[in-house]
Design a binder for this molecule. Structure first.
Ligand code: SF4
Length: 164
């Protein structure tokens, strides 16, 4: 039986429940069928059981703030109201010091992650990006940097001549 069919099989579901509630390890086949399962409330109930068994009522929150280094973008995605073309009145690109100052403003007492997403700037040199990440990490060593979309990585690949 394939994963999708297994995921809807009541017998398999009972087996999974027994395994989860008794702490038995799941098989690879179980994992693949769980991945194919779209019954989110059933999955959620099992996952919640396992999570509270491991961690009780302890929960962690990620405090995430966005930092957009530039809104200048050579693409024109139809849904995007963020991007500006070079020379537009509201187009901006942060200098590295500006990016660090902005991040420090957001740091507060609890910031745990900076989420960095940008336009695909047509002329910013590749070296700008690692430099800005280094400067941010130096200024906020305890904050995780979650940076760049796949489209941006693709753009860097072109301007840097490096592999992804
Ligand atoms: S690549 Fe990103 S910033 Fe540029 S237009 Fe598309 S969504 Fe907007």
């Amino acid at each position: 039986m394939g994963s999708a069919a297994l995921a809807t099989d009541p017998g398999w579901r009972r087996e999974i429940e027994e395994k989860v509630y008794s702490g038995e390890r799941l098989s690879r086949e179980d994992g693949e069928a769980l991945y194919a399962c779209d019954d989110l409330s059933w999955l959620g109930r099992l996952a919640h059981h396992r999570r509270t068994e491991l961690n009780g009522d302890r929960v962690m929150f990620n405090v995430n703030r966005h930092l957009n280094l530039t809104n200048v973008c050579s693409a024109s995605c139809a849904y995007c109201s963020f991007q500006r073309k070079p020379g537009e009145k509201t187009a901006y690109t942060m200098r590295i010091e500006e990016a660090v100052a902005k991040a420090k403003e957001m740091e507060g007492e609890v910031l745990t992650e900076l989420h960095i997403v940008n336009g695909l700037h047509p002329t910013l040199p590749w070296r700008y990006y690692p430099r800005v990440l280094r400067a941010l990490k130096e200024a906020l060593p305890g904050v995780s940097l979650k940076a760049f979309t796949a489209t941006e990585i693709h753009c860097f690949e072109r301007i840097a001549g490096l592999t992804p």
